[in-house]
Design a protein around this ligand. Structure first.
Ligand SMILES: Nc1nc2c(c(=O)[nH]1)N[C@H]1C(S)=C(S)[C@@H](COP(=O)(O)O)O[C@H]1N2
Ligand SMILES: [Mo]
Length: 508
């Protein structure tokens, strides 16, 4: 007796659907990240070699997560069909495959440092639901064949009702899990924090700081267009009321702060340009916002840091870690902070609500932990942050760089007066000079916009008189230490890209 191929594949797919839905529902009660699909996706991300991650970021940008999830969905669909087809006689091959997939999810959940032991109940529920659904539908389908059941036979009806029941049940369980998992009222909590930050809202002291009319970004990046980099697949949902920060390790007095404790301290607002180490020459992963928060050096003064410590090691609620040099955090010349506000509002959930770190002059991966809940004073010898085993440097100051924003590469603009404009950055040092080279000619200085703070980028522009044809323009920046950015091309790995940005465009 063999089950028809279409029915066999349907049974496989329904088994997988039941498994995913059951795990998703159970996870909603424990931790949304314990949901097997998410857990396996997150584990895959953590296991991704950095060259592949760079490739994904370069090819798909922030859509890399969607690509991963879609890839996993296709894989599961194929696996489900294969499991069904292998099991046209006996349910054993499909059962074995289901147990293997369930086991994978259990291992994935166990590998997450942010999930407790209890979390493995979710993939376990998936395994049980998947295997049971598969075997029951399989038995029902075999039965139809055994009795040679016609279109109206009770056996066939049993199978059809069972299949439909699984499809509907999985749908309901999945949706219920989704609703339950997002029941934490983050938006309400955020709105309250935004209100409390009202008195710290900075007046726009940024006149003359951009050349947006000539094609540069605006000096301040709005929250919804601020670049975004997360390792995790889902944005942690945490209310300010439920947040706390533990500062411990090589300190005299361990300290745990509530959100109210932070709001009761002296808050400052500083405009900072954040840069991602994955930003290739000319890339988009750089943005600027006024951040409101408390100085980290004020917090560290409260705990009494031991003299041997050299690393400030931060951990987020989703298990991400970053470590910054203690001397950078303590540097009076810059404002490393625990931030609670961004652009005059509470942090958006995607950017770390309720609290994150912001350290001017360091790439985000070594400093800017979002949803931060733990800060440990330690040494670089003792603890290694997330990206270091993946090929990145433990220390990564931002490199002096520049980018041409206008004209766009491959674009065509009217001949005659052409404004070339863009950004340059050397956080904490400041930009002193930007030069352009048009069509291999001499280097010529650009006009610089106002630079309200050395912790942020600086905009520039220069007008050229161009005849119709093809043109190539190159940019290079010099920071206030006198360092001019190098022409040598370097990849983002291990500590940030170098090289000059060039743009080819035509005038007509
Ligand atoms: N919890 C957590 N914090 C994180 C990251 C992350 O993946 N998870 N990415 C880091 C990196 S690589 C960068 S560049 C910045 C980006 O911050 P943004 O998404 O607010 O722009 O956050 C840093 N903080
Ligand atoms: Mo980054």
């Amino acid at each position: 007796m063999r089950i028809p191929t279409g029915v066999a594949m349907l049974i496989g797919v329904l088994g997988v659907a039941a498994a995913l839905a059951a795990g998703h529902l159970v996870a909603a009660f424990i931790d949304p990240n314990a949901s097997p699909f998410l857990a396996v996706g997150n584990a895959a991300i953590d296991l991704t070699p950095s060259w592949l991650k760079e490739f994904a970021v370069t090819s798909f940008g922030t859509a890399d997560k969607t690509v991963l999830l879609a890839g996993m969905a296709v894989f599961l669909l194929v696996a489900a069909c294969v499991a069904g087809l292998l099991s046209r006689r006996s349910p054993i091959p499909g059962t074995v495959l289901a147990v293997m997939l369930g086991g994978l999810a259990i291992v994935a959940v166990f590998s997450r440092t942010d999930l407790g032991q209890l979390a493995s109940i979710a993939p376990l529920a998936s395994l049980v639901a998947g295997v049971m659904t598969f075997r029951r539908l399989h038995a029902a389908a075999l039965r139809v064949r055994e009795v040679g059941g016609g279109p109206d036979s009770p056996e066939r009806r049993t199978f059809l009702i069972g299949s439909a029941g699984v499809a509907v049940g999985a749908g309901i369980a999945g949706i219920a899990g989704q609703l339950l998992g997002s029941r934490v009222d983050v938006e309400g909590s955020r709105a309250a924090v935004t209100q409390r930050l009202a008195k710290y809202r900075e007046q726009s002291g940024v006149a003359g700081a951009d050349f947006a009319q000539d094609g540069t970004p605006t000096y301040l990046t709005p929250n919804d267009t601020f670049y975004r980099i997360d390792t995790a697949l889902s944005v942690p949902r945490m209310r300010a009321e439920d947040w706390s920060l533990r500062i411990h390790g090589m300190v005299d007095r361990e300290l745990t702060l509530s959100f109210d404790d932070v709001m009761g301290m002296d808050l400052i607002t500083r405009t900072v340009t954040m840069t991602c180490v994955s930003d290739d020459v000319g890339g988009p992963y750089i943005s600027t916002a006024p951040f409101t928060g408390v100085l980290l050096r004020d917090l560290l003064a409260k705990v009494g840091v031991h003299s041997g410590a050299d690393q400030v090691f931060s951990t987020s609620v989703d298990g991400y870690t970053a470590g910054s040099p203690l001397e950078v955090i303590m540097d009076k010349g810059r404002n490393a902070m625990l931030a609670v506000g961004m652009n005059g509002e509470a942090l958006p959930p995607e950017h770390g609500f309720p609290a994150r770190l912001v350290v001017p002059g360091l790439y985000g991966y070594v400093s800017a932990t979002k949803w931060v809940t733990d800060v440990e004073l330690t040494t670089f010898d003792a603890k290694t942050q997330y990206w270091v085993p993946r090929g990145y440097s433990a220390k990564a100051p931002v490199k002096t760089e520049s980018r041409i924003d206008s004209p766009r590469g491959q674009s065509s603009v009217p001949a005659g007066k052409v404004v070339v404009a863009g950004i340059a950055w050397a956080q904490t040092k400041g930009i002193a000079k930007v030069e352009l080279q048009m069509d291999g000619g001499p280097w010529q200085e650009a006009d610089l916009a106002v630079q309200p703070t050395k912790e942020a980028w600086r905009m520039w522009r220069r007008t050229f008189d161009l005849r119709p044809g093809s043109h190539t323009v190159l940019v290079r920046a010099t920071d206030s230490t006198g360092y001019t950015q190098t022409m040598d091309r370097a990849d983002p790995i291990p500590d940030g890209a170098t090289g000059l940005h060039s743009v080819v465009f035509t005038t007509a």
